[in-house]
Design a binder for this molecule. Structure first.
Ligand SMILES: *Cc1c(COP(=O)(O)O)cnc(C)c1O
Length: 409
């Protein structure tokens, strides 16, 4: 579909219409990619095409439009299966996103856990990966334990091993931390969890824009992600689950009866993945998710990772030259996220001044309040880079931060 022979950021930027707009009279510099990514015209075109030419409900109608929409939707599932290297197509459940996927699993495990059981969750989690487990433990009487982190924002592996026991039933950790950018050693963590018979769910919301996970090589039990963080639309995401686990878990939405009806209506599909896909799905979103995967694959995940690493090193270097600036999260393995503060200034004030200059950064606790508590700060300024950002934009950020500092101190 696309031909990007070599990584050319100027050419790539032409794919993103939003990068042409101005904010407060200045060209937009978008550094909030960890919250949501921008959308290339290839994906926008597919959304327009779907509603212009294919809009119909799927899996139900015998008419041509419904069949065409169904084919497109199921082709997208195949693309996603291939991208994540799932063994079976029906192991790919299309959900509304990471949060939905996590809640689906947490709900399922409430039938499998008892009072002696333990759930491990990492100190680096997004709220969406903490609250559902607290609710699960309240419902089942199981105990929630936290894998601690160090000053660099890395999980402490010796503490993780000490927490694992025959009581551990589930381990939940993000592949990459959204607040700090830490890349967690998930392959090793999965292996250790399996040695005590625990299942592992990896939150891939932050990793999927940067790397291509291989769920079979990882031997992970569940892997979840959101399309909107990897150039797709909002309201669609993925739950990968090993077949044996998905068969074990009860349906989530609508109750068993309704789901039975849905599956009986459609003779071709029985059981997975439809057991977990009650109701009319986000059809257009699913198709566009497939296109987003195609788009990023055409650019190439290796090229993306190399380029983003270059941006990370460049920005880290430049920002650290500003006196009083402190970066939180200095893990050896990290992705293109920089969380920082300037001594004596509230992050919100800097974010507001940067916005006046057309620079979009995130300020606050980044849905990861426990991490902020760890560092005893109210929040940070977070600049997160994508493959369509440039060094010139980073220069503008650095100049902007310097100016803000001058105005505020
Ligand atoms: C964004 C994010 C989520 C939540 O994703 P939604 O699309 O809002 O459901 C969960 N975990 C991490 C690490 C994230 O970055």
């Amino acid at each position: 579909m696309l031909n990007y022979n070599k990584f050319d950021v100027d050419k790539i930027r032409e794919d993103f219409p939003i990068l042409n707009r101005e904010v407060n009279g200045k060209p937009l510099i978008y550094f909030d990619n960890a919250a949501t990514s921008q959308t290339p015209k290839q994906v926008i075109d597919v959304i327009v095409d779907y509603y212009s030419n294919y809009n119909a409900n799927i899996h139900r109608g015998v008419h041509t439009l419904s069949q065409e929409a169904t084919d497109l939707y199921e082709q997208a599932r195949l693309k996603i299966q291939k991208h994540f290297n799932a063994k079976f197509n029906h192991e790919i459940i299309l959900t509304s996103g990471t949060t939905h996927s996590i809640n689906l699993i947490a709900n399922g495990f409430s039938t499998l856990l008892g009072e002696k059981d333990e759930v491990l969750v990492s100190a680096l989690e997004h709220h969406s990966n903490i609250v559902p487990w607290q609710m699960l433990c309240e419902r089942t009487g199981a105990t929630l334990k936290v894998i601690p982190m160090n000053e660099n924002g890395e999980l402490i592996m010796s503490a993780y091993e000490a927490l694992l026991s025959e009581h551990t039933k589930l381990v939940f950790v993000n592949h990459i931390s959204n607040a700090l950018g830490t890349i967690n050693p998930i392959a090793e963590m999965i292996k250790k969890a399996h040695q005590v018979g625990a299942a592992v769910l990896i939150d891939g919301a932050q990793s999927c824009p940067h790397v291509q996970p291989d769920v079979q090589a990882l031997d992970v039990d569940f892997y979840v992600a959101s399309a909107h963080k990897m150039c797709g639309p909002t309201g669609i995401g993925l739950l990968y689950g090993k077949e044996e686990w998905l068969n074990k878990l009860p349906p989530y939405q609508g109750g068993g009866e309704m789901i039975d009806e849905v599956t009986f209506e459609k003779t071709t599909y029985a059981g997975l993945p439809h057991k977990f896909e009650a109701g009319t799905p986000n059809i257009c979103g699913g198709i566009a998710f497939g296109t987003a995967v195609d788009y990023m694959t055409a650019i190439g995940f290796d090229a993306i990772a190399t380029y983003e690493h270059e941006l990370l090193e460049y920005a880290t270097d430049k920002l650290l030259q500003i006196e009083g600036l402190k970066i939180y999260g200095t893990a050896k393995e990290k992705t293109s996220v920089i969380s920082f503060n300037i001594e004596g200034i509230h992050p919100y004030d800097i974010g507001t001044i940067l916005d006046k200059m057309g620079i979009a950064v995130r300020t606050g606790h980044h849905c990861a309040q426990p991490i902020m508590d760890f560092y005893k700060i109210p929040g940070t300024i977070r600049a997160s880079f994508a493959f369509y950002n440039t060094k010139a934009e980073i220069d503008a950020l650095v100049e902007g931060v310097k100016k803000a500092k001058m105005m505020l101190l």
